[in-house]
Design a protein around this ligand. Structure first.
Ligand code: ZN
Length: 164
């Protein structure tokens, strides 16, 4: 375990120790947690490459709590969560990342369309080749899941035909 993880574990352990003797002390711990959280968020935000996601969230005035709710549920496997977080932080090895950050390539253009830089955002939602088919399939799957959840929550019967 590297020293940063050890330090983080130590801080977490200190902050999570219950102290029922004094409410003032609990308030102090809560204040320290909030200030530590703000400090870490500020460091994350100031990172040129990896801070893009959090800067975009702040710019769009999206709730931090709702944005990261999926992380607190524990529905996904750790590997899946880490892949999603790496994608959000622009840390997957795209051709753009390899060329501009790692300096191990010359061509940063998308492998599929060869028109635009191969960045995470391009792959996720802007590639004209993927737009023809893959984005539509993803859209249909998400809509079907939303439809299923709404019908389930409202108690509307589902038949086999609607489950497609
Ligand atoms: Zn492309």
């Amino acid at each position: 375990m590297n020293s940063k993880l050890k330090a983080a574990a130590k801080i977490t352990e200190k902050l999570s120790q219950p102290d029922e003797k004094s409410d003032v002390k609990q308030d102090g711990i809560q204040h320290k947690k909030e200030s530590l959280g703000e400090s870490l968020k500020k460091k994350w935000k100031n990172k040129v490459q990896h801070g893009q996601y959090i800067r975009n969230i702040d710019r769009q005035r999206i709730s931090d709590e709702d944005t990261f709710l999926w992380l607190s549920k524990g529905d996904l496997k750790a590997e899946t969560e880490s892949e999603i977080l790496a994608a959000q932080d622009q840390a997957l090895q795209t051709k753009y990342y390899a060329t501009k950050i790692l300096n191990i390539g010359r061509d940063s253009k998308c492998r599929l369309c060869q028109q635009f830089d191969e960045k995470i955002d391009h792959i996720m939602s802007a590639c004209p080749i993927l737009a023809k088919d893959q984005y539509l399939k993803r859209y249909d799957i998400v809509c079907a899941q939303i439809h299923f959840n709404i019908r389930k929550e409202t108690g509307v019967q589902l038949d086999k035909k609607t489950l497609v």
